[in-house]
Design a protein. Structure first.
Length: 714
């Protein structure tokens, strides 16, 4: 019966075409409509466990090859980090990656991928591409044949891992004796990291019998090698097929050197005692001592940064979080983020930490020059890593390129989002800094993470500015003068979402009288704000063009709102006031009752019951009347000022009336400040707050024009 094993021959042909040492085949999964890995050759399966199944919309080489219908080729780790940061974060090894669709005669069955050593040239030779295409067609024919036979090849839940090819060479007589004459210990690991051969010398150096090692991994069999840095070095060797070296301390005081030599069947390890104290020697020798941040440490900070960036609301937040997370992790002394202003075609400094202000002015001026490292990184999307200031100066000898004194190591990371470079992140180090392959890969991938956060933050800042502009345009810009009446208002937007809502207030001059309105449209979004603007306009129009009372005005506004067929409802309280006599008539459409403070103290005024606006076009709104004596203070407000989870509404309203009574003798601006003080101190306000305070004065008093503060006050 046909199965994934029948695909191995074609896959090996594809690997040979581009001199790859590993590869796999993805096929469409009929159950989930995802791409599932059917075969994996040449590497441990746990390295790619996260990608056993991938969505066709995911930004990975295999889906991209299917979408484009051609070869996807990334020649080295820098290219992987730029184009596929998700891969670089998990597998920051210096390799080339390619993918090619599997199809023939227009039918696409999936795609193959190959992994090889990093290449110096960005292109694949034409002959290799033809060979790759031939291998893909061979795989397509196998799949077509299986389908026509009635037994299509379905990808398994976990990919098929074929047996590793064994050497056909006959061991040389006396080989064991020859090996044991060497002062070094020799051992072999398979592609899963398990010991398969351990020489007697290696057993003595490791101080463990071979029987306790065979079939186990070094980090499981030897506690002093149980460090993610050592396992990661082995993984890098297997993945990239490049020999590597590390040094480990065998307790209590013996250092051992491990050199790893890979091939398709596993890794040969040469173990040598060394007299060098590697606690201090790493920086001098250029070797990577295990004291440097481990792979697990990098991943921890990457995940922590990703988690922290989800909470960033604006660009300022992104700059702060990136500085707090990246600088300590990599030992950087300074950081700057530049964004690309496409309209003006120049780079703008978004934020920085640790640079001298005078230097930043020079850096900002030179950033737009294509010969400067910041601009070059943004234009080309290629990162730049410089061990010292001398290296940077050699690469950029233009005298217009400035380098701050006292900084040696430099990294210029392209900020890539949605396939385009949107800016550059600059890291600088006080000391010379050697960037390992893993560190370069992680830093470049972090550039993509930062770029995406900045894109979201810029969009948020834009929407927030748009929301504030809309809110300012819809609310009154100033409060009219009415003789005998002092007025103060406040508007506090909610802190969740877009900081925009449907609360509104208005003071309407009606000859010698005044109309006062307070309302709240359901919701906290642009739709609520837009309906609020329409509602406020309608109220102004009906109130100023007729002699009818508050009930009739609300009835007309309700009819209009019902005709508009909006899905949102609104509450509104509207009153007409004669400052000369203090007589007030009031109608209410489902809004909280006002509170009054006079010589009798503070109390909640009973308001007529009325249906919310926008529900029933035939609804009527009754009126009630009361008198405001000279010096009395009346507060109209929306529910955000008094409602909170677990708090009794009637008790909260009475508390508001008591606070109004306590402050009613103060200047009216101080009254509104006191009533909103608690709300301003809240970190998260789930609702908007609108407040209007009216105070009757002697009829002969000059009208007091109220101060209306900025709408975005917190």
């Amino acid at each position: 019966m046909p199965g994934p094993r029948d695909l191995i021959s074609g896959l090996r042909r594809a690997m040979a075409a581009v001199e790859a040492h590993a590869g796999g085949v993805y096929l469409w999964d009929p159950e989930s409509s995802a791409l599932r890995m059917a075969v994996l050759v040449g590497m441990p399966p746990d390295l790619l466990h996260a990608w056993y199944a991938v969505s066709p919309d995911t930004a990975l080489p295999v889906p991209d090859a299917i979408r484009t219908g051609g070869l996807i080729w990334v020649p080295d780790s820098a290219g992987v980090a730029r184009s596929y940061p998700r891969i670089a974060l998990v597998l920051p090894y210096d390799v080339s990656i390619g993918s090619y669709p599997i199809g023939d005669r227009g039918a696409v069955h999936g795609a193959l991928f190959v992994i090889g050593r990093a290449r110096q040239t960005p292109e694949v030779p034409e002959g290799a591409v033809r060979a790759l295409d031939g291998a893909a067609r061979e795989l397509a024919r196998v799949l077509e044949s299986a389908r026509e036979s009635g037994a299509p090849i379905v990808p398994p839940k976990t990919p098929l891992i074929p047996d590793q090819p064994h050497s056909s060479r006959t061991p040389v007589a006396g080989f064991t004796e020859m090996v044991e004459r060497l002062p070094q210990g020799l051992c072999a690991l398979d592609t899963n990291g398990r010991f398969t051969v351990v020489s007697e010398t290696a057993s003595e150096l490791l101080e463990a019998p071979s029987g306790a090692l065979l079939g186990r991994t070094p980090w499981a069999a030897l506690p002093w090698l149980n460090d993610p840095a050592y396992e990661d070095r082995y993984r890098a060797t297997v993945f990239s097929r490049v020999p590597s070296h590390f040094v480990a301390l065998h307790p209590p005081d013996r250092w051992l050197s491990f050199r790893l030599y890979p091939d398709d069947t596993g890794v040969t390890v040469v173990i040598t005692p060394t007299e060098v104290d590697w606690t201090d020697a790493g920086a001098e020798s250029g070797e990577d001592a295990p004291r440097s941040p481990t792979r697990a440490g990098f991943l921890y900070h990457v995940l922590h940064l990703a988690s922290a960036l989800t909470e960033a609301a604006g660009v300022t937040d992104v700059v702060r979080i990136v500085a707090e997370e990246i600088m300590p992790t990599f030992g950087a002394s300074a950081l700057a983020l530049f964004g690309h202003d496409q309209r003006r075609q120049r780079l703008l400094l978004l934020g920085q930490r640790g640079f001298d202000p005078d230097f930043l002015e020079l850096l900002d001026e030179s950033a737009s020059r294509t010969r400067a490292p910041v601009a070059r990184t943004t234009v080309t999307g290629v990162p730049g890593f410089f061990r010292s200031a001398g290296n940077l100066r050699s690469a950029y000898p233009d005298p217009g390129v400035h380098i701050q004194d006292g900084l040696e190591g430099w990294a210029f990371l392209p900020l890539v989002a949605s396939g385009r470079t949107t800016g550059t992140c600059v890291l600088a180090f006080t000391d010379q800094h050697t960037f390992s392959v893993q560190e370069r890969g992680v830093l470049t991938a972090l550039g993509g993470l930062i770029a995406q956060a900045l894109e979201r933050a810029r969009l948020y800042d834009f929407k927030l500015g748009l929301a504030h502009g809309l809110q300012d345009a819809l609310l009154p810009r100033w409060t009219p003068r009415v003789r005998g009446l002092s007025v103060a208002t406040r508007y506090l937007p909610g802190t969740d979402g877009m900081d925009i809502g449907g609360d509104f207030y208005d003071l309407i001059p009606l000859g010698g009288n005044a109309g006062a309105a307070i309302g709240d449209v359901q919701g906290h979004n642009v739709s609520a704000a837009a309906l609020m603007g329409q509602l406020r306009t309608a109220l102004l129009a009906y109130a100023t063009t007729s002699d009818e009372g508050p009930g009739a005005v609300l009835r007309r506004v309700n009819q209009l709102l019902c005709l508009m067929e909006s899905e949102l409802f609104a509450s509104c309280l509207y009153l007409c006031l004669d400052p000369a006599t203090g007589r007030v008539s009031m109608a209410n459409a489902g809004h909280p009752s006002p509170v009054l403070a006079d010589d009798s103290g503070g109390r909640v005024l009973p308001a007529p019951d009325g249906l919310l606006l926008g529900i029933d076009a035939e609804a009527d709104y009754s009126e009630s009347e009361f008198t405001l004596h000279p010096g009395a203070t009346l507060a109209l407000y929306t529910d955000g000022l008094v409602e909170s989870p677990g708090v009794d509404l009637e008790r909260a309203q009475q508390d508001l009336a008591d606070r109004l009574a306590e402050t009613s003798r103060r200047p009216i601006d101080e009254v509104v400040d006191e009533l909103t003080r608690a709300a301003l101190s809240e970190t998260h306000r789930r609702d908007d707050i609108a407040l209007m305070v009216l105070r009757t004065e002697n009829w002969g008093a000059a009208p007091a024009r109220a101060r209306t503060p900025p709408r975005d006050s917190r």
